[in-house]
Write a protein that binds this ligand. Sequence first.
Ligand code: TXA
Ligand code: MG
Length: 332
Amino acid sequence: METKIFSKDQLDDAVKLLKRGELVAFPTETVYGLGALATDEVAVKNVYAAKGRPSDNPLIVTVSNPEMMARYVTQIPEVAEKLINQFWPGPLTIILKVKEGALPNAVTGGLTTAAFRNPQDKLTQELISKLDAPIVGPSANTSTKPSPTTAEHVFHDLNGKIAGIVDNGPTEIGLESTIIDLSVETPVVLRPGEITPEQLSEALGQAVLMNKGTTQTKGVPKAPGMKYRHYAPSAPVYIVDDVKDFEKIVYNNQVGVAALSNVLKNIEANNTFNLGENIDEAAHNLFGALRYFDEQKNIKKIYVQGFQQGDISAAYMNRLTKAAAGHHYFNK
Ligand code: TXA
Ligand code: MG
């Protein structure tokens, strides 16, 4: 199969393919998603196959507006209404209870809930409106690899496995949406993203919990995807928390370094990836950096700058910690 790249004036071709049950990747403000009609069980199963994703890991249901979501949920609780009013369309995914049988088991992983997201990208909104049905939207990467922030990243991973990619340039944020579970008594953030727990509790007028571990008390994974190794290039990654440590590292061509430009200019490394000028740019560039070094077959170690400050630092460190399997320079 030849994977076609669609520009903004070829959206109808993408709609046709999706209607036929084919897979088409789509842009969002966070990362590119892998779309298939959420109501078509066979198409959804093909999403797992194309990504190489374990089938117990449920998919996000991507809608063009809250009304579309209302077709599938048992009710929209007040907490959901507040967050939708403030943050949709935007990088926030909400988990709600769904009507029994409303969505295929392949979407929900057999759970009684589903994750809903309404992204900002205008092309994607138009695509879903034209379908008049939601599309599933896991990140459009091979399972365990860094999420794709450009159409080229998607093509690299999924060329020949999916029918098409709608290209709307590089994504803005570069890290996946914040996920909040609203199907439980007290809302719980299952995955950190650009929208912070502080913003969410302010909008709700109540505290939200932060899911630190990956499992519920009964051992049932909450965001089930959290239990797998993720975002990982082949070579080991180490987080450098203290910028002074960059000066202690012994560099050669087999050592990759991703850091802000003000760090890179002070060190003698030659295999570098510039993360930009600040934490927001670093978040935007992180997955691209991991992919860049993953392409180099001789690389032995990758050092990546860590951040403690900034709204998006929790999301950044969450992804980087997974890529590094928890390894830091200082305890190496
Ligand atoms: O920004 C994003 O959210 C991107 C773009 C493409 O929309 N999508 C994305 O999807 O990151 P994915 O599949 O890579 O991550 C979704 C996470 C997974 O960890 C999955 O386990 C979790 O959401 N999830 C899905 N449905 C769930 C549910 N009903 N309960 C708990 N977790 C759920
Ligand atoms: Mg993913």
